[in-house]
Design a protein around this ligand. Structure first.
Ligand SMILES: [Zn+2]
Length: 93
């Protein structure tokens, strides 16, 4: 049976539709947040997989640097490539 995606496919950090939400170990190519089931989308729980950052901290860093941590800024995809991904705030087609 096919796997169902419903709440599943956006990154809880940057909101881009890049990954299967709720899996562990998959990394968002845009903000580099790694899916962490221990954290899910809770904002204030430090994520071991994400260098001890909470989602709140990661989101703040994403605003500033475009990635979850400044030192990873050169590891993400080019800014222009983001347009190939949909964002959770994009309105329905
Ligand atoms: Zn992301």
């Amino acid at each position: 049976m096919a796997k169902k995606f419903n709440k599943t496919v956006y990154c809880p950090c940057c909101g881009y539709i890049t990954l299967v939400f709720g899996t562990t170990g998959e990394m968002c190519p845009i903000c580099l947040w790694e899916c962490d089931q221990e954290v899910d989308d809770r904002l204030t729980i430090p994520s071991f997989l994400n260098h001890g950052l909470t989602l709140n901290e990661a989101k703040e860093n994403f605003e500033q640097f475009g990635v979850i941590k400044e030192e990873f800024a050169n590891q993400t995809i080019p800014f222009e490539a983001r347009k190939f991904y949909k964002h959770i705030n994009d309105e329905n087609e």
